[in-house]
Design a protein around this ligand. Structure first.
Ligand code: C2E
Ligand code: CA
Ligand code: CA
Length: 644
């Protein structure tokens, strides 16, 4: 109700949004109205003058109005002033017509037609101006008629049956009512029509934006995954029709995370944008490039006829990455790994193709990055095998299929077993013994190594407890700790718990950590190691010589021993006086730092003799024993203890 009252008493005007959009319409309407005015003039001169012989009055009066409006058009076209002047002019024609007919009341009907005509403007204001003009005119002429004034020698006549203010009021009321009615109709129609038009436009713009952003990657503007899949569907249809092949390239930047982490996301984002535009310049127009996540791009190469050509394109892409990239004043060295799967050779299924390209990409990564790899069925079965193993590990741990084997460590001078390295084996109920090389890296990639690592640490501690129980108080056991475990903050407490719950002497517990792990995460590793060292355990640097550690680094690490990597021991190929410089240097290095030096992979007596000669005190290797199950290790210990 309130709304209705408000609406009724609200002066109907043109809504603001319509004013901005109606300019062209106003100009057009002005022209039409001018034509109508001229027609009015013709009517005044030639038609309405006939019965009363009032040509001159019609001609001069109509001419004045028409002339003024034509002049006004020149200055005010398209404006509210012009519209108002037209409204006044149109109403003045009513005045002329009534005059020409000496106040014949029927000629008043023209007012209503005139007001209706003004609605062409789609603006209520001229209509109100017209109403005001008419009412004013009636009042004025009412009195002019009363006092019998004459215009152009014609008596002023508005009402042919006598004057009176009551008649003025009656006419005024009719005009006002019509005016209000038309004003409201115009406003309603404009509001409705313009609003409708506007929302439609908005909706279609929104729709466009939505379909663009839902189909494109916001950062690079490349097609996104959804988009890629729908384009792939189309490509498959085409490839089938024309018997063509196409290649799916899965491209992943190498070490992108490092760039993001060290230089910030801003640099990372800019780099990705540059990569996107670079890729666009390499491939053909009808090939597709899409970013499906972080630093992962999919490139579809259309219509592949020869594998050689495909290889050339892939090599070219890899080559383009190798150039120096300048991103926000940083000079970046970049490389990428690419996996390739081919439709329809490898698969006819989109999802499978993408998966295969992904698998091939991982192969390229694992073989050292900065290269490409084609998908093969062997690769597939390898992956299947790996996935199967990965899925089976939790069960295996629960079913106690993992066990530690022990490889003795020997003091060369005395031939005594000083300890052992614990090496894991998976005694699979179906597959038999699985060596660690086949599952450790998988466990690392799935994160299972954390669980397994905990078990290894606990089992090592329990083994030390069993040894102590059996009277071996100076035999230590070392276990291998992988990279992933070092990134886990629990490592310290896990070792601490294992030692305290098994109630062992911590100096008998050792961990082996590879040189490359230490170097890769220098700061974190150093911190963790220092903390662990406080537990009183022994720390051994494994695979020494394969990394890049220098003496200065070695000095910082709280390590107790160095294990010379098997590859150096393998160099010792025969008996005699040959000198092996590398191994000599490593041993010397260890001695300088006051570390125990142990050699691994000793298979021959002459290897052991050489090591002994150069001052290496300990070794492990097949020459003495392979890694053996616990019971066998106890037997070896027992035999060994009779040595003295
Ligand atoms: P690693 O730590 O360098 O272990 C030494 C490897 O050399 C062992 O292989 C051992 O059996 C082998 N080996 C020892 N002496 C000789 C020899 O005279 N000749 C030859 N040819 N080989 C010898 P294994 O047990 O197959 O382990 C391979 C690798 O798997 C290990 O290398 C280690 O990196 C990893 N690994 C083994 N057990 C564990 C574990 O419990 N945890 C973790 N994280 N990694 C483990
Ligand atoms: Ca080791
Ligand atoms: Ca080793």
């Amino acid at each position: 109700m309130n709304n209705l009252i408000q609406y009724l008493f609200h002066y109907p005007t043109l809504p603001a949004f319509a004013k901005e959009n109606f300019q062209e319409h106003f100009l057009m309407a002005d022209k039409i109205m001018l034509v109508l005015i001229l027609l009015h003039w013709i009517a005044a001169t030639f038609i309405f003058s006939i019965s009363y012989d009032t040509y001159l009055y019609g001609f001069i009066g109509g001419g004045l109005i028409s002339g003024i409006l034509l002049l006004a058009y020149h200055y005010f076209k398209g404006t509210l002033i012009m519209r108002s002047l037209v409204a006044i002019g149109l109403m003045l024609f009513s005045l002329i017509y009534i005059q020409q007919h000496l106040g014949r009341i029927e000629m008043h009907f023209h007012v209503f037609i005139g007001i209706a005509l003004l609605s062409l403007y789609k603006d209520p204001i001229p209509i109100f101006v017209a109403a005001a003009t008419t009412i004013l005119h009636h009042i004025v002429f009412n009195y002019l008629q009363l006092y019998e004034v004459s215009l152009f020698e014609m008596p002023v006549m508005v009402f042919n049956y006598g004057c009176g203010f009551d008649i003025v009021l009656l006419h005024g009321a009719f005009v006002l009512i019509e005016t209000a009615a038309i004003g409201y109709i115009i406003r309603t129609q404009i509001e409705y029509g313009v609003e409708l038009n506007r929302t439609e436009k908005e909706i279609s713009v929104l729709n466009q934006e939505l379909s663009y952003s839902s189909m494109h990657d916001a950062l690079t503007g490349l097609p996104n995954r959804n988009n890629l899949y729908s384009q792939l569907k189309l490509m498959i249809a085409n490839a089938n029709r024309y018997q063509q092949k196409f290649a799916v390239l899965f491209l992943d930047l190498d070490h992108f995370k490092n760039i993001n982490d060290t230089l910030g996301h801003n640099v990372g984002d800019t780099l990705l944008k540059n990569v996107a535009s670079k890729l666009k310049t390499i491939v053909r127009e009808n090939d597709i490039i899409s970013r499906i996540g972080g630093d992962e791009f999919i490139i579809i190469l259309n219509d592949i006829k020869e594998t050689i050509i495909l290889e050339q394109v892939v090599l070219k892409i890899l080559d383009e990455f190798r150039h120096e990239w300048i991103i926000k004043e940083h000079f970046l060295r970049l490389s990428a790994s690419i996996g390739v799967a081919i439709y329809p050779d490898d698969s006819k299924d989109i999802n499978e193709l993408m998966k295969y390209a992904d698998i091939a990409m991982y192969k390229a990564k694992s073989e050292g990055r900065d290269q490409f790899s084609f998908f093969t069925s062997e690769l597939n079965s390898q992956i299947h095998h790996d996935v199967e193993l990965a899925n089976d590990m939790h069960r295996a741990l629960h079913d106690e299929e993992f066990r530690l084997y022990y490889q003795p460590k020997i003091e060369i001078k005395t031939g005594k077993i000083i300890g052992a390295e614990a090496l894991i084996r998976w005694d699979h109920y179906e597959k038999g013994i699985i060596p660690p090389n086949e599952f450790i890296s998988i466990a690392e990639s799935t994160g299972f190594i954390l669980k397994l690592g905990t078990w290894i640490i606990e089992e090592t501690a329990r083994m030390i407890a069993r040894l102590e129980h059996s009277g071996y108080h100076d035999v230590h056991i070392s276990c291998n700790v992988s990279t992933r475990q070092f990134q886990n903050l629990n490592l310290y407490s896990e070792i601490e718990n294992a030692i305290s719950s098994s109630k062992i002497n911590p100096s008998l517990f050792a961990i082996e950590i590879t040189e490359s792990v230490m170097m890769e995460y220098l700061e974190i590793t150093l911190e963790v190691l220092k903390k662990i060292k406080k537990l009183g355990i022994h720390i051994c640097m494994d695979d020494f010589g394969t990394g890049y550690s220098s003496l200065s680094y070695l000095r910082q690490f709280p390590i107790d021993s160095l294990k010379i990597d098997k590859s150096f021991v393998d160099d010792i190929v025969m008996e005699g006086d040959n000198d092996y410089l590398l191994i000599n240097t490593i041993i010397a290095m260890g001695k300088t730092l006051d570390l125990n030096v142990i050699a691994e992979g000793v298979e021959e007596k002459f290897q052991m003799d050489y090591l002994d000669k150069k001052g290496c005190e300990y070794y492990q290797g097949y020459y003495f024993s392979k890694p053996v199950p616990e019971s066998k290790f106890f037997e070896l210990l027992e035999k060994n203890s009779t040595l003295e």
